[in-house]
Design a protein around this ligand. Sequence first.
Ligand SMILES: Cc1ncc(C[n+]2csc(CCOP(=O)(O)OP(=O)(O)O)c2C)c(N)n1
Length: 671
Amino acid sequence: MDIATLASANPDHWKKAAAIRALALDGVAAANSGHTGMPIGMADVATVLFEKHLKFDAKNPDWPDRDRFILSAGHGSMLVYALLHLTGYEDMTLEQVKNFRQWGAITAGHPEFGHAKGVETTTGPLGQGIANSVGFAMAEESLRAHYGKKVIDHHTYVIAGDGCLMEGISQEAIALAGRQELSKLIVFWDNNNITIDGTVELSDRTDQVMRFKSAGWHVQDIDGHDAAAIDAAIVAAKKSGKPSMIACKTHIALGHAAQDTSKGHGALTDAAAMAEAKARYGWTTGPFEVPADIKSAWEAIGSRGNADFTAWQERFATVSGSKQAEFNRAFAGDAPKKLSATIKALKKSISEKAPSVATRKSSEMVLAAVNPICSETIGGSADLTGSNNTKTADLGVFDTDNRKGRYVYYGIREHGMAAAMNGMALHGGIRPYGGTFMCFTDYARPSMRLSALMGIPVTYVMTHDSIGLGEDGPTHQPVEHLAMLRATPNMHVFRPCDTVETAEAWELALSSKETPATLSLTRQNLPTLRTEHKTKNLTSQGAYVLADAEGKRQVILMATGSEVEIAMAARDILQAEGIGTRVVSMPCWELFAAQEESYRKRVLPGGPVRVAVEAGVQFGWDQWLSGERGKAAKAGFVGMEGFGASAPAEVLYEKFGITALAVADKAKSLL
Ligand SMILES: Cc1ncc(C[n+]2csc(CCOP(=O)(O)OP(=O)(O)O)c2C)c(N)n1
């Protein structure tokens, strides 16, 4: 259909969609950057979705049972900003739209969670949104099973582009959604055949319809500018018992001189071409001017869900008081009241029994105690359940016939798992954790970065955290991963040295509201070093004195995780020679850096020789060795200088020189 036919076929629809198109043109032109073509191309789909289907109330954007709308093709951010402004979200003023991409505005270059209401997740790294949506849909299924349909019963809608579907993460997401039969997940594919370099055929010949079908999806193929077809497709998608993909054949930058070209993907700022496009849309008002009748038609869409919202509040009020409290607590992200006492009791019994266990096992012991009191946890692993020790007896398996199950078999999909966990955390009411080998942090990394950027409390259970895993060899032995994670802003990296520190790290992870956590855990057994019970969570300070110097303090040994044991043995050697040696356990650098200077100074006073020991690369350690009152000439590091090797762990520690003797020698050489 040409534009004239489209406009005359359904003038009311056309005008509303034209408002999105005009705002996208104006916003991008004012910023002199951004992406105009995608919002123009998907304006019809978005208009039908918002007008006829999306359950939302612009005045109550945090309504827990709203439908979620995810713009996976985040470069088209003006689409969502236009929709939020038009439908009357209070924070999305015209000023904000005019300040698209400017300092201090909530209209960031790509949609960012936490900036504007109605932006459900941060997108822009292609593929992340569609992969988050799987977590959103799983959260909905889980919460519906737990609280009942009258409290939770909504859809997750996604707009994904060619780029999202080309990214590898989309395959992980699509396969997981298909397997889990997430029937309330509906994805619109913006099938415009254009990417930045040209047409899709330059690099891809996938039959997307077949691809989704083969993964167990319900698929439809429609003209993405035909309002009636869009509406009918959404109706059919909702009826299907499978996740749904609607392939929407669209024209990028419809009606603009750059239509159907890769030029149409980017910023269309040429004034004459903009004027021509607006004329084709029948848009006669000036920049950022939406005629009152069109704006009020959109605002009516924005308040369409208000009656539903009120009815939901009434239904929620009929739920038992304890369920309401649990729901409100889980959505607020507050830890259960019993968490602290549970952790303390576990610490006490561990300190008494002093078991020798791997910290991955310690983690399982903690989870066995906390999962029964935290109904909001959903655990999982990327096919390493028995190795990551992430599954506890009480959880049950989340599956098509058991939505109450709280353990997810993610399959060998680290990236998809991390993105799904982001989606669950963003949905609210769920606190996800999931495991893989520490080395495969690399495979999950783009989504881990987004957990940190968005400030959402996802917990990554990364086991087999060093050469200590032994025979599997250097492909599986992380050496640079701690440095990489510590370099990531707003990520708490915990490397606990025993079960007590592991319990403390979990307490912090489960209490966090705005910071994700990575737990770096061992495969090999470690002794309990914290044998004297302290109710205080020492890990919350990031680093603390585990054993102080006897006599004059000449050496400070710093270590994390499995190497704290080595530092303690080195201390024995040094003390036996009359060299007063303090051991500082540093389970979380980020929390230590956040302590007051006076505390840090007490733990790491200037003067003594400092030696750090960690079975990873030195990168980052200078912050504590020569920084923080240290001196380069009096500081040394014992750790890895390159990749590991295949051999039993004890042999590797010996061969790579990470031993108590080496640490003691290093300290003495610096005295
Ligand atoms: C992971 C990732 N790689 C690359 C980019 C840069 N990028 C932004 S949009 C885009 C092309 C996307 O094409 P498509 O999804 O078809 O969007 P359309 O051209 O339809 O707007 C690319 C490569 C990105 N945002 N994320």
